[in-house]
Design a protein. Structure first.
Ligand code: HXC
Length: 263
């Protein structure tokens, strides 16, 4: 594990070719409150992983019992409007949502406020049976600021998103699953193992198809249906410019497992 003294982000590599990066939020005494230093270290880590060709998939997780308790309230308390409305405040908060490589959130406890928003920036969310999701900003006299009103609405629908944001009511893992906020609920002791297994599975796919697939699915939240369908079709055509597309189809016909090369 690559841990600098005081590192708020821990980085491990998994897989024979180090194709899965495990990023652990590491500020347990503050319940992984997402202070500026932690978010800067997270952005730097993602920059590093994005340019590392060996890394195909990122898994992000927290500490036992807590994924992240949100933005750092102690850091925010003294700030006034002029300081928050201009950089560097929240400068790094959209870095995770801009990651080109697939990211799996393994949520092992509280994912509140910015913690829930961080999870929603990921492509797949697995929750432990002890996970708790919520947007409690309203109880602090403020509102979500990193996608809580927007991504939550698009994911669980307006009525539940509105209720969560207006009341701060938290969802259990089972409720989050039912609402479509998470993909799977897994016993806490198996959560990381399952997330890493899924990451390895994705890492075995064509890297180009993976990136294009992520772009196409994400477009569904950002554009009209007709524009999204056209975008998907164009990206589908683009896979025919790759060797991996031929490799995959050929392997199917030959009844063999495909070995994708990223060409
Ligand atoms: C700063 C935090 C914190 C936070 C916890 N701590 N959450 N510090 N910011 N978001 C600190 C506590 O002050 C305390 O410090 C220590 O962590 C342990 O916290 P406890 O509350 O004693 O732990 P516990 O009883 O286990 O409860 C865990 C918890 C609770 C349920 C997660 O801490 C909690 O409700 N936290 C706040 C959740 C929240 O409101 N999040 C939204 C933040 S606003 P001391 O010094 O006493 O040991 C937000 C806006 C995002 O996210 C906008 C976009 C960027």
């Amino acid at each position: 594990m690559a841990a600098e003294p005081g590192a708020m982000i821990l980085l491990e590599r998994h897989g024979d070719g180090a194709e899965v990066a495990l990023v652990t939020l590491n500020r347990p005494r503050a319940r992984n409150a997402l202070c500026d230093l932690l978010m800067t270290q997270l952005a730097d880590t993602l920059d590093q992983l994005e340019t590392d060709d060996r890394v195909r998939v990122v898994v992000i997780t927290g500490q036992p019992g807590v994924f992240a308790a949100g933005a750092d309230i102690k850091e925010m308390l003294p700030k006034e409007f002029p300081a928050v409305v201009q950089p560097p405040f929240l400068q790094h908060w959209d870095r995770l949502s801009r990651c080109q490589k697939p990211v799996i959130a393994a949520v092992n406890g509280y994912a509140l406020g910015g913690g829930c928003e961080l999870a929603m920036m990921c492509d797949v969310i697995y929750a432990s049976d002890e996970a708790v999701f919520g947007q409690p900003e309203i109880t602090l006299g403020t509102i979500p600021g990193a996608g809580g009103t927007q991504r939550l609405c698009r994911t669980v629908g307006r009525p539940l998103a509105m209720e969560m944001c207006l009341t701060g009511r938290k969802l259990t893992a089972a409720e989050a699953l039912q609402a479509g906020l998470v993909g799977r609920v897994i016993p806490a002791e198996k959560l990381l193992e399952e997330a890493l297994k899924t990451a390895s599975r994705i890492a075995a796919m064509s890297p180009i198809a993976t990136v294009l697939c992520k772009k196409a699915v994400n477009a569904a939240h950002q554009t009209s249906l007709s524009a999204g369908l056209q975008y998907e079709r164009d990206l589908f055509y683009a896979t025919f410019a790759t060797e991996d597309r031929r490799t995959g189809m050929d392997a199917f016909i030959q009844k063999q497992a495909p070995v994708f090369t990223g060409k």
